[in-house]
Design a protein around this ligand. Structure first.
Ligand code: GLA
Length: 726
């Protein structure tokens, strides 16, 4: 039993292999949070303290007890209206416009298996792998009900949370704020780790100590965004990659979000994550419900590497779905950086010819094959193959490519629309825009109103017509701008549109994956502008960044690795000088970096020299040899590339019998000092042979003192060493 209800002290305890989570229904019916941390037994309500706290209000039924205040007590689902002046999880506006709710325990249910969320992605598990706890809270005046959902996956060390709000009353109410999870800590000494960024510099790592006030990140862009990733980590200040306690909250949602971490007046910490509040005002008619997207929680006492490993296996095994879930993905070459919009069918065919010779599995025809699309000013929305440009039908091109023994993939951007398109001329109102005002353009395009079913259906049909034209085995789903005029012509209330847009997107993706179970879908949004666990439910890999520069990619992939597995990170070897930075690195460096992802190429293969072709062939062989270890082994960050000149990471097999060490030297100096890279995860006491040199190394020395990186006076050197236990 991983979920236990103790009738005597009214506690719920959720146990995973290494963590416990506890809450209690107190005498007034409030659901208080007691504990989340290292696995333990027993009741932790001794952690609740009561003191007379001036200026902190007391719920009416606590009478003259001035020590009982929601402003101080740790809670599971704090809400507006009970005197909690901290950031709350939920604000209900009643029919009389009062902002108030008083949620008390009304019942609970413990079930086998993991709950599902209607219309939203959620962690899934077999009946035997998970349990669900549903606690119902109710407001006696308005009859508003909240079902708090907890999913426990003991072996995965994962707890999930969601909340379903129901209007059980007889008048329309509005939700003004809805967060999916709250973690209250009675202590206040934490570091906050978040991942900020921008287009082409996605998910930069940042760690800082929490001070009084609220640290807030989020996205108002309608997508999860390049600017902040929807996840956070709270760590004890002394926590490192290998030691110490840390917690993660991953929001499984692809739209606007917010996360607030507050250190309050009594040095307590509250962390909340959920839907973006700005612009959100969701009406609920009597009987209606609204579901807060899921949050994935994990806890580690063994540092950040373990926390990330928990998240990696959760995402690989309980989020990603479909044929490619645990399969090695095809090595692909994408046409974008090699040809941009300037190609025809023969260009793509020739790419496939080179691909075949080099051992690449698939060619992907990126943007530019449909409508009138020779630049980004026109064509989006016209999902008809431009046979004139290709010089042949899509079916014919695919047949020619397949005949070479090469697979074929295609790029789409279903949510985008250009004003210069047939679709826009026919349905200008299908674009999100405000009547009577000029829209904000970005990349010369607008966004379709996916909160409307007829729009989603129409685009779905157009895309299916294309996908039915031949043996398409991969789709790159792009989304190249942020939402701006979040205004829908048909919405009952504009406060619903941003959320309903994301439901429309998920509905489309769900139908697409059902109809084409054999197609591998790679998500993309100007690279990693929508890199989140919600998208990974439909697209098991996401183009990690529009920046393919190997040195920048090290930092981008390092940040991404905190929350997401290597098998989810689209990563390609591109041409030099790099198109985003102008930097030149060797094919070896580019390949080692791309091998920390799904591995592929993104350049005109025809421009490779004979020597380059031989190197590429060798890289592909090497990738195939290590692909299982890379994608499904245990991933360790060995250094912090923001602070150290050696960027190092390692893949270790589950049983520790082999390890692949990867090192890129990011800098070069005169009379270099020697970097020793310490390995992790090897079996103590065993000897490991380096496949390259044949030399034997003791595991303990490799983990304690490390392995010296050769001193070579060349910029940006990369090393890959495969160790096998004897
Ligand atoms: C986005 C993607 C790129 C490419 C272009 C095509 O920027 O991230 O990889 O597909 O769109 O327009």
């Amino acid at each position: 039993m991983s979920i236990i209800f103790d009738k005597n002290n009214k506690t719920f305890t959720l146990h995973t292999k290494n963590s416990s989570y506890q809450m209690q229904i107190d005498p007034y019916g409030f659901l208080l949070h007691l504990y989340y941390g290292r696995r333990t037994e027993g009741c932790m309500d001794y952690l609740l303290t009561y003191a007379d706290r001036g200026f902190s209000g007391n719920p009416y039924d606590t009478g003259a007890d001035r020590t009982y205040s929601m402003d101080v007590l740790p809670q599971e689902f704090p809400h507006t209206g009970l005197g909690d002046y901290r950031n709350v999880a939920c604000t209900v506006v009643n029919a009389d416009q009062s902002r108030c709710c008083d949620l008390r325990y009304a019942g609970h249910e413990i079930r086998k298996g993991k709950y599902f969320l209607k219309g939203l992605p959620a962690v899934y598990a077999d009946e035997s792998e998970a349990e669900t706890l549903e606690i119902t809270l109710k407001d006696a005046v308005s009859q508003v009900e909240v079902a708090l959902l907890y999913g426990v996956l003991p072996e995965a060390d994962i707890i999930t949370r969601s909340a379903v709000v129901k209007n059980g009353g007889s008048d329309t109410i509005y939700l003004e704020k809805l967060q999916s999870a709250c973690l209250d800590f009675v202590g206040g000494d934490y570091d906050l780790i978040t991942f900020h960024g921008r287009h082409c510099m996605d998910r930069m790592y940042q760690r800082h100590h929490l001070a009084h006030g609220t640290a807030r990140i989020g996205s108002r862009r309608g997508t999860s965004s390049h600017q902040y990733n929807p996840m956070l980590i709270l760590a004890d200040p002394e926590t490192t990659e290998d030691f110490g306690s840390c917690y993660s909250m991953t929001f499984m949602y692809s739209g606007g979000f917010q996360a607030e971490v507050e250190k309050d007046q009594f040095n307590q910490t509250r962390a909340l994550i959920g839907l973006q509040q700005e612009g959100f005002r969701y009406p609920l008619e009597p009987g209606d419900t609204l579901t807060a997207p899921e949050v994935i929680l994990s806890f580690s006492t063994d540092g950040l590497n373990r926390l990330s490993q928990n998240l990696h296996s959760c995402i690989r095994n309980h989020v990603c779905r479909g044929k490619y879930k645990n399969a090695i993905r095809p090595i692909l070459v994408n046409s974008w950086e090699g040809a941009y919009f300037d190609f025809n069918g023969e260009t793509i065919y020739q790419l496939a010819v080179h691909a075949k010779e080099l051992g690449i599995d698939m060619v992907v025809m990126d943007d530019g094959w449909f409508g009138k699309r020779d630049d980004d000013f026109s064509g989006l929305g016209d999902w008809y193959v431009n046979e004139e440009k290709l010089g042949e039908s899509l079916g014919h091109l695919i047949e020619r490519i397949n005949a070479l023994g090469v697979k074929f993939g295609i790029w789409i951007e279903p949510e985008g629309i250009n004003e210069d398109s047939h679709l826009y001329r026919e349905h200008p109102d299908w674009a999100l825009s405000i009547p009577g005002r000029k829209p904000v353009r970005a990349r010369n395009q607008l966004v379709l109103d996916f909160s409307r079913k007829e729009v989603v259906d129409a685009i779905f049909n157009m895309i299916c017509d294309v996908l039915d034209q031949g043996n398409i085995e991969y789709v790159k789903w792009d989304m190249n701008r942020s939402l701006d005029a979040v205004f829908s012509r048909t919405a009952k209330d504009q406060g619903m549109v941003a959320y309903d847009y994301v439901l429309g997107l998920y509905d489309f993706l769900e139908r697409l994956t059902q109809r084409y179970p054999n197609i591998l879908i790679e998500g993309c949004s100007g690279g990693g502008g929508r890199f989140d666990a919600g998208m990974l439910y439909y697209t098991p890999q996401i183009w990690c960044s529009d920046n393919t520069d190997a040195l920048d990619r090290i930092k981008i992939q390092y940040g991404t690795s905190f929350g997401y597995p290597v098998s989810s990170m689209g990563s390609h070897v591109s041409a030099v000088p790099n198109h985003q930075t102008g930097r030149s690195t060797t094919l070896q460096v580019r390949s080692v970096v791309a091998m920390a992802g799904t591995f592929g190429y993104e350049l005109d293969l025809g421009t490779l020299s004979e020597e380059g072709r031989e190197i590429v062939k060798k890289q592909i062989k090497e990738y195939r040899k290590y692909a299982q270890l890379i994608n499904y082994g245990v991933y360790y960050r060995l250094t912090n590339p923001f602070e150290e000149e050696a960027a190092a990471w390692e893949f270790v097999s589950e049983d520790g019998s082999e390890a692949l060490l990867n090192v890129v030297m990011q800098d070069i100096h005169g009379n270099m000092t020697v970097d020793y890279i310490r390995l992790r995860g090897l079996i103590p006491g065993r000897m490991y042979r380096s496949e390259e040199s044949g030399r034997l190394y003791p595991a303990d020395a490799l983990m304690q003192t490390g392995i010296p990186i050769p001193v070579e006076y060349k910029a940006y050197r990369a090393y890959q060493i495969h160790f096998v236990a004897e």
